[in-house]
Ligand binder design. Structure first.
Ligand code: PLP
Length: 399
């Protein structure tokens, strides 16, 4: 039998990169349920359940909330192509790879793209955004990343939202890495449109892109002079499919919705607050362990993301060799840096179903072994011990 005809049985990995993250067996099992039609009342109920369970995660009471067929990029494309028309000004705040990707997409949509750049690894500069908004005059859209996965930086949302609205602009917020791992509060922060992806902190496989719109964004879409150039991502026509009497728009990826529904059920069984604490607590242990090994973290504590940690690769250590050894011999996936950070950092995720103390301990001890084998000297056992102490400290301080 030709190799390509053989059965495929991938070795399970512990996924501690920037996504996808591990998926619970309950979610995988849900995907094995019978496929029904995408207009079957049973499936329509699944869509309604998904919407109801997503709203509190986005922090919206009655936004137009749905899930696009596609990954996080679908949400990004949909946000820009629905809100922007040809020649309209858009201001994008960039401090990493995903902010930069927004500028590419906004330009393809035909927007007049302006950007305010901050150093990769530092948070967005709110003052610089204000100065640029004053200079530009009428701006249709301001866009930013909440949790910049390329650097591990958390960006300030409420301040940018306030500025955008003071200048009559709408705010697009990327919550791909934040949603399900930390607080997202569209109503409270006054965000007009936010999107995410199923495979980071939400605990599903890749394939769906949740998105939510507030009334101002909907009004802007209805006031467009030109049609949205993408049929597939046109949110006004998609809203008809997500209505009580669904009309065919495209065939929803039925099994993905089963998975997503189950992962959202698990999220609410755990509770949002408990889940966020789980992320901050395990991240605190990871950071303590990394520092006790003598390694350095890139981002200062105030702006550090619990779900994605960036570690500076020590001088003389072979980035690719460390990562491939971890993958091939330890079945542990972490990721390297993008662009200016390639070869300089490791990105270590603790997202959703992968965010447990066992992941922290396994990562710290595996990395210690790999670095030691490669001749890099570090204090043996210190990382794991520090992580254990941090977990204990966190438990006692939480009481
Ligand atoms: C992963 C990611 C994306 C892109 O999502 P895909 O699912 O890979 O299309 C966008 N923004 C951020 C912040 C991300 O981390």
């Amino acid at each position: 039998m030709a190799d390509y005809m053989k059965e495929f049985h991938p070795t399970p990995r512990l996924l501690m990169g920037p996504g996808p993250s591990n998926v619970h067996p309950r979610v995988l099992q849900a995907m094995a349920s019978p496929v029904v039609g995408h207009l079957d009342p049973q499936f329509v109920q699944v869509m309604i359940d998904v919407r109801e369970m997503l709203r509190p995660v986005f922090g919206t009471r009655d936004g137009l909330t749905l899930a696009l067929s596609g990954t996080g990029h679908a949400g990004m494309e949909a946000s820009f192509c629905n809100l922007l028309e040809h020649g309209e000004k858009v201001l994008i705040a960039v401090n990493g790879f995903f902010g930069q990707r927004m500028t590419d997409i906004a330009a393809r949509v035909g927007g007049e793209v302006h950007l305010v750049e901050s150093t990769w690894g530092k948070p967005l500069d709110v003052n610089a955004i204000e100065v640029e908004l004053k200079r530009l005059g009428r701006v249709k859209v301001v866009a930013m990343i909440h949790a910049e996965t390329s650097t591990g930086v958390l960006n300030p949302v409420p301040e940018v939202a306030r500025l955008a609205h003071e200048h009559g602009a709408l705010l697009i917020l990327d919550t791909v890495t934040s949603l399900g791992g930390m607080k997202v509060a569209m109503d409270e922060w006054d965000v007009d449109i936010a999107y995410s992806a199923s495979q980071k902190c939400l605990g599903s496989p890749p394939g769906l892109s949740p998105i939510s719109l507030e009334p101002r964004a909907l009004e802007a879409m209805k006031a467009r002079k030109t049609r949205v150039q993408s049929y597939y991502l046109d949110l006004v026509t998609l809203a008809d499919y997500w209505s009580k009497t669904p009309r065919y728009h495209h065939t929803a990826p039925v099994s993905m919705f089963y998975a997503f529904r189950e992962s959202l059920r698990m999220l609410h069984e755990e509770g949002l607050e408990v889940r966020f604490k789980r992320h901050t607590r395990n991240a605190a242990a990871l950071w303590a362990g990394i520092e006790a090994m003598g390694l350095k973290l890139m981002v200062e504590p105030k702006w550090r993301l619990p779900q994605l940690t960036t570690v500076l690769i020590p001088e003389g250590v072979d980035d690719v060799k460390v990562r491939s050894t971890l993958l091939n011999e330890y079945n542990l996936e972490i990721s390297g840096g993008f662009g200016p950070l390639a070869g300089k950092i490791w990105r270590v995720g603790l997202m959703g179903e992968g965010c447990y103390p066992s992941s922290v301990f396994y990562f710290l001890s595996s990395l210690e072994q790999v670095l030691t084998r490669m001749g890099y000297e570090l204090p043996i056992g210190e990382g794991v011990a520090a992580a254990a102490r941090a977990l204990a400290d966190y438990a006692s301080s939480a009481r």
